[in-house]
Ligand binder design. Structure first.
Ligand SMILES: [Zn+2]
Length: 483
């Protein structure tokens, strides 16, 4: 057997002010056939797993491109085309290939390509009509018809926070192997739930839903079940939630189960739609708590959803109230990092922080800060995998500890603060720029967690996202989209 592996991903936020170009991919790291020679990271973990498994089977492995960018706006056309063509060229040069495994996102939109993953998978299919093609997807994908037609196996992660990437990469390898050996014939069918919302899985009804979904896999011909949550801020005609079932050779069964799952999820929609809490309401709730840490999530400035990560709305409100014992981050502001590094640890200086990427970032704040720490090569864990933060500084301003960095990322883990010397157990309030992934790292240390519907690039007001391509026939935009 010969296995071909590659990775190309970003999540396109159609409303983000930041273009996704070569620099964004360079920051996320580009490997040309060498990702598995470097230590395992969040974005390269599937390739590591697929290569290890292939070698364990004594199969040949051809490793191609691995290029991943932090979510932002539209991908530059030439950047997508160049990466795609590199993968296709490697595939052509690989000769006869039995299995193609691609680590993708599923919501990548480039100038001229509203479905990059469908385009890539389909071109792989044209080159290798008989190969088994498996695509690992982020559940915040658009799950297009072209992807469904061109791939044999599509596997969105099941957890949000996405802490199960290694498990899903293993599942995809196993099913692709069984398919290539002729032991199974995967058939995929999906069901459109006609709804757009966030579906966090750590607790509540989604936890039970995912657990019962996983419990059905591996018997009665059911190979894989998953939910494509959809990416609400990607303006695509398929934006929204879909249930996906893969069964062994039985299309009717796959359709029946996808419909069952999707209908069940749709019926849970009112329970699943979180209440939108404003900054003032959230700070009132937080101040009413006797003990901390209270974790406050700035949901709309989440770099992981394409937001700039430099918005100041929450910090401005905190400073306005004179709150102290606060740790807040991570602000993406490379200019401020540079200025503070130059001044050095212990320096007190005036900085203009954040608010630089546009109206969705609020206004820049002029602050007198003390530089408490500077760090090169900062990083934080997400689940079991490390992810880079670039250069970082800890600034202190009137009892508020602020982390600022150079590689745009959401706040995944307490390490984002603690590696700089900030002791979070001594802070009453911890503010993170993240919609939901922070829960994996911060729930264990939080006395209380308050997600805030802050203003910003990915505000969770699902009924009012200004789509141009997505028709308004979805819940909660309309009460009954099936009418
Ligand atoms: Zn996601």
């Amino acid at each position: 057997m010969k296995v071909f592996i590659a990775g190309l991903s970003t999540e396109t936020n159609s409303f983000s002010p930041l273009p996704t170009g070569l620099k964004s991919f360079e920051e996320g790291k580009i490997h040309r056939g060498t990702a598995t020679a470097d230590p395992i990271e969040f974005w390269t973990s599937p390739l590591h797993i697929w290569k290890k498994n292939s070698l364990a089977n004594n199969w040949d492995v051809v490793e191609s491109l691995s290029a991943h960018a932090q979510p932002a706006g539209l991908t530059i056309r030439s950047v997508y085309e160049t990466f795609r063509d590199e993968i296709l060229e490697d595939l052509r040069n690989a000769g006869s290939v039995d299995i193609i495994l691609l680590s993708l996102h599923g919501a990548m939109i480039a100038d001229g390509y509203d479905d990059c993953e469908g385009d890539l998978i389909n071109r792989c299919r044209e080159l290798c009509p008989n190969a088994v093609i498996g695509g690992l997807l982020d559940p915040h994908c658009h799950l297009t018809e072209l992807m469904m037609q061109a791939a044999d196996l599509l596997m969105p992660y099941k957890e949000y926070p996405h802490v199960d990437i290694p498990e899903r990469a293993e599942d995809l390898f196993r099913l692709a192997k069984e398919t290539a050996l002729g032991n199974i014939t995967p058939v995929m069918r999906d069901f459109d739930c006609r709804m757009i919302l966030a579906l966090p899985t750590p607790s509540g009804p989604m936890r039970e839903f995912v657990d019962s979904m996983i419990a059905r896999e591996g018997k009665d011909g059911i190979l894989s079940l998953s939910i494509a949550h959809g990416f609400p801020w990607g303006d695509h005609e398929r934006t929204g939630t879909r249930a996906l079932a893969i069964c062994d050779g039985n299309a009717d069964q796959a359709q029946k189960i996808a419909t069952e799952l999707g209908t069940q999820l749709y019926e849970m929609r009112h329970q699943l739609l979180a209440e939108n809490i404003t900054i003032d309401q959230a700070l009132d709730l937080a101040e009413a708590e006797v003990a901390g840490p209270v974790v406050l999530a700035d949901m709309s400035d989440n770099a992981g959803g394409g937001a700039p990560s430099d918005s100041t709305f929450l910090l401005e409100a905190i400073l306005g109230r004179g709150m102290t014992s606060v740790a807040i981050g991570v602000f993406w502001d490379p200019g401020t990092v540079r200025i503070c590094q130059e001044a050095g640890v212990g320096a007190k200086l005036a900085v203009r922080l954040g608010g630089k990427c546009g109206p969705m970032s609020g206004k820049p704040l002029d602050l007198m800060v003390t530089v408490r720490a500077c760090m090169l090569n900062a990083q934080q864990m997400f689940g079991t995998l490390p992810t880079p933060m670039g250069e970082a500084v800890w600034l202190e301003c009137e009892g508020v500890d602020i982390v600022v960095n150079t590689v745009r990322t959401q706040t995944f883990h307490p390490q984002a603060f603690e590696q700089l010397g900030i002791n979070l157990s001594e802070r009453k309030y911890i503010c993170v720029k993240s919609s939901n992934h922070y829960q994996a790292g911060f729930n264990p240390i939080a006395k209380k967690v308050i997600p805030i519907a802050t203003p910003g690039a990915i505000t969770p007001d699902f009924a009012n996202i200004p789509y141009q391509n997505r028709q308004p026939d979805y819940w909660p935009k309309v009460e009954d989209p099936f009418a």
